[in-house]
Each structure stands twice: as C-alpha cells, then as structure tokens.
Ligand binder design. Structure first.
Ligand code: GLC
Ligand code: CA
Length: 545
C-alpha cells in the first residue's frame, strides 16, 4: 500500500468568493484565505482544494474561465497566489486547484478568435451548421443548465455546443492542439508549486458523436459523451505526459460514474473520482424534486463504493449541493449529534475525506429560503421562470428551487457573531445565513463539545491511527438504520458504529459484546459495552482488543 500524501491527509474545499474577504469589497479573496490558514492548520487538514480562482466573467462563478494563467482580479494577483502557496506550505498544507477544461468561458481569447472560420481556434470548439437549412440546432442535446445545448451565432452562421450555460462553450478534445494547450496550463501551475487538480466534469469531455440523443427529462444526449473510450485515452495521455511527472494528486468530478469506469479512471488516469450515487438517493427524476431519505440507502450506496473501489474520494457536501445535515441529519433538535455522526461517516470510511467549508461547523441551508431577487446562481432564475411558465404556484416553485439551490452552500463562511458573520467589513455579495450568531467558528472553537471540536479530534485521530487511514474496510451486516464496519491494519482493528437515524435503535448482540474501548463518540461519556440501544445519531469509533 503506497502512503501517498493524499491518503493520510484530509482535503478542505474552499469556494473562494464566500470564504473570507480581506479588503471589504464583500467578495472573498486569496489574502482572506491566507489569513485563515492557521484556522485550517489548527483544524488538522493537509490539503486545500480551491474552487476556480482564475480570471472569469463569473457567469458560473469561476467555472467559466477566460484566462487559465491569471488570477481573477476580484480574488487578487498571481503574487498573492504564490504567497498563499508558500504560506500554506509553511503550515504543512498543500493546495489543489480546480481544472475546468470541458469548456472555457465565451470570453476566453480562444473562443473569441474561434468565431473566425479561418482561425485555427475555430477547431478548438464544436462549431456546426444546424439542421433544416441551419434553422435548428445540429442535434437535440440539452444543456445541464436547461434549454438546448447549442447557440447560434449569426455573424459566424454556425452553432456552437455548450453542455452548460451558453457562456461556457465546450472545447473539442479531438483537436490535439487542445490537449497541448491544457498540458501547458497544467505544467504552469504545477511548476508554481500546487499539489494537483480537481478535474471538473472530466468524464464528459470526449464527444463520441454528435447524433441525436434519447429524449430524457434531464439532459438529453449524454449517451454520446459520458465516459467514452476517447475520454479514458485523453486522461491516460495527461497522466503520462504531466501528472506522473510530478508529486501531485488528481480527483475527477465524474457525474453518473459506474464502478467499472471509476476503476478505469483510477488506473493510470486519475488518483480518485467523486461518484454521485449518494447525492441522488433523496432526489426523484430531477434535482428539484426531493424524495424521502432512507438511511439504509445511504449505507448501501457507500458500502457499494467502499467495496467496489480501492480508494474513494469521500464527500457529503460541495459547492453544488445543499448542506448535508439538512439531507442526512437533523437541522433541528439533533443538529449537533447528527453533524458529528456525519463527520464520523466522512472521516472513517476508507479513502480521502473532502470537507466543504463550513461543514465542520454544521452550517445549514438558507432560512428563510432564497427568493428570486436574492438568487445569485444563474440556474435558479432559469428553473424558477420555467416552473412558473408551466403554472407551478409561486410558493411551490420557490420550494423546488430551494431543493437544489446551489446558493445554499455558497453563503459566506460564518467566522463569528459580529455583523456579516465576520466574513467582510463591507456588504457581502450574497446574503449571510441569519443563523450565524449560533453557528460560527469562533463559538465552536471555544466549545469542546462543538461540531468543529469533534472534527478536529476526529481528524487528529485519523492521522495517528493507521487503521483509519490505511486500514481495510469490512462492512458489518446490521439493520438499515445502523451503519457499522471494521477498519483493520497490520493486526490492529477499529470498529465504527453509527445510528444513521433520529430514532432509538437496537444494537445487534455481536456488537455490544465486542471487547472494544471507545476512542471517540458524539455523546458525552458514552460506552459501547453492554449497550443495547443507540440514541439518535449516536456514533462510536472504537479500538478492538
Ligand atoms: C461542475 C461544477 C459546477 C459547474 C459545472 C460546470 O459540476 O462543480 O459548479 O457549474 O461543473 O463547470
Ligand atoms: Ca475582497
């Protein structure tokens, strides 16, 4: 078993715009992040993943990049980035950047030049003549953000493909020049001292054909570009040419990935992938429709991936999802216990854990929920307007947008109980969650029983106990609400037991008669021995004797 840095260290994801503002313009920035490095070192993380900090017109808040080799002026300068890398390094923290290369921004120089048909950049993108005498898009594909995946540009007389917003034209990876340019970008940042990349929607970069897709409720056309052979080939090339030449890590964002493809992606392509199955267990057909959450589903799903893949990228939150306590825990009465239970899930499964900013505080979704005049994510307006067009009552439309509103995870980090939660001295670009007086870093750092203190203890434990870092995963068969497993390494063994639900549940005898001492629990002074029941969300990490 190789003991690469990313195996023993936890990742902390920062969505820079909302983390910490250093100059009072209401927008988080690199110097703000630098000022919180001590906070992160104290928490015990070893890697920061920065959501995009490159120059961007922000149609998709950085996921539309107009210059890969410079920093968004709202966030700072290249010098600030260098200093952030150096300051992080002093504290034993490495920095991973977001690599968004399925598409560029429509303001990227390549795309602007590509509008000239005789320019070599024309072939960097999918420019095509439409159907029916060019009056209709070249195919029936729909965008992830709604509507057709094609936009017509009259001055070009052609349509271009965008699997996301029209401001995010897709790069054509069939063009070897695209590969060469991306490799140049990778080396530029790796040579500056970054530790790797989180690769945005990386399992759909290769469009196998541009034929019509099977009509679907959500995103038509995927069978022509999800996880195609060419996709694997490109990643093998990037790996051979660049990744394997550096001490770095890569993690792919791979929507809808199956085990087979995940195994391929993690074999001489990337180090890890984010699977999405557990993000769909409380969704019905479309992300706007939620369905009752069953703890058993979460367990089955996580177990499947634990057993199926040697090393997982474990996560419960990111900048695209609503907050995990709202989904898998209890935002009310058992906020604290369920937050700690979810921390136990995240940090004791085998793999690299990814903590999303504020998750360690138990941050929650916006309440009262966002209204259209407050929406910042462009997708919200589209979804809301579409629902209204189909005569959904306003109140219901608001609720449905809320179910998948990415702004929930993008409210400012809650640092303390002062105005604007200590995020900025100015006016924050997006509303602060009004619950910041109760949920904030300062209060939680001072409280040994807080969710943050639990994260800190658990991160320290994971680091020093090789069972939790490198140990094998052995599931234990229990009823649906209980999740239990062993992690063993070189003759030592840990037992992890959790109640995934808010109800009292009975423990199987084999578990409570186990000779085990408690290393960490989310209830004060709790012991496992001869304990026949678990309380709401009660969880244990134990050492077996
Ligand atoms: C990924 C990102 C998301 C972005 C999309 C398009 O899913 O996580 O935030 O909108 O890709 O780049
Ligand atoms: Ca700022």
């Amino acid at each position: 078993m190789d003991k690469k840095y990313f195996r023993s260290n936890a990742v902390y994801q920062i969505w820079p715009r909302s983390f910490c503002d250093s100059n009072g313009d209401g927008i988080g920035d690199l110097n703000g992040i630098a000022s919180k490095l001590d906070y992160l070192a104290d928490l015990g993380i070893g890697i920061i993943w920065l959501s995009p900090v490159y120059r961007s017109p922000n149609f998709d808040y950085g996921y539309d990049i107009s210059d890969y080799l410079s920093i968004n002026p709202e966030f700072g300068t290249l010098a600030d980035m260098d200093s952030l890398i150096a300051e992080a390094k002093k504290r034993g923290i490495r920095i991973v950047m977001d690599l968004v290369v399925n598409h560029t921004s429509s303001e990227h120089r390549w795309f602007v030049l590509s509008k000239q048909k005789d320019s070599p950049y024309h072939a960097f993108y999918y420019w095509r003549v439409g159907k029916n005498g060019n009056s209709e898009p070249p195919n029936n594909w729909t965008s992830n953000f709604g509507g057709s995946a094609w936009t017509f540009v009259p001055e070009v007389g052609e349509w271009y493909l965008h699997l996301f917003a029209p401001e995010q034209p897709d790069l054509d990876w069939h063009n070897p020049e695209v590969i060469r340019e991306v490799e140049r970008i990778l080396r530029f940042w790796l040579d500056r001292g970054i530790y790797g990349f989180r690769c945005d929607v990386i399992n759909q970069i290769w469009k196998e054909s541009l034929d019509d897709g099977k009509k679907k409720a959500y995103v038509t056309g995927q069978e022509h570009y999800l996880m195609k052979e060419g996709n694997h080939k490109i990643l093998q090339t990037l790996n051979k040419d660049v990744f394997s030449q550096y001490d770095c890590m890569t993690v792919g964002e791979t929507y809808d990935v199956d085990l087979l493809n995940a195994r391929r992606f993690t074999d001489h392509e990337l180090d890890m992938v984010f699977q999405f199955e557990h993000m769909n267990i409380d969704k019905f057909v479309l992300p706007i429709f939620d369905k009752k959450y069953h703890p058993r589903k979460l367990k089955e799903c996580l177990f499947k991936w634990q057993k199926g893949l040697d090393w997982n990228a474990n996560y419960l939150e990111n900048h695209d999802q609503t907050r995990s306590i709202e989904r898998f825990g209890d935002a009310g009465k058992h906020w604290r216990e369920s937050g700690k239970m979810l921390a136990t899930v995240l940090l004791t499964l085998r793999g690299t854990p990814y903590i999303y900013m504020g998750e360690e505080l138990g941050m929650l979704d916006m309440k009262p929920i966002f209204t259209p005049d407050e929406y910042k994510d462009g997708v919200d307006h589209y979804v809301y307007d579409t629902l209204r067009k189909f005569h959904f009552p306003a109140k219901l439309a608001l609720k449905l947008v809320h179910n998948c509103n990415r702004d929930n995870a993008r409210t400012p980090m809650q640092w303390d109980a002062s105005k604007e939660a200590g995020f900025t001295t100015g006016t924050p670009w997006i509303k602060v969650n009004p619950n910041y007086e109760k949920i904030n870093a300062k209060a939680e750092e001072a409280d040994p029983e807080s969710i943050r203190s639990f994260y800190k203890r658990l991160l320290a434990l994971r680091k020093k106990d090789p069972c939790l870092t490198y140990g094998s995963f052995e599931p234990i068969c229990t009823s649906g609400r209980i999740m239990a497993y062993y992690r063993s390494y070189e003759g030592a063994m840990d037992l992890i037991v959790m109640n995934l639900s808010g109800r009292k549940v009975r423990l199987p005898k084999a578990l409570y008669t186990e000779k085990a001492s408690v290393l960490l629990s989310n209830y004060k002074g709790a012991a496992l021995a001869f304990k026949k029941h678990l309380r709401a969300y009660e969880s244990f990490v134990c050492k077996i004797h």
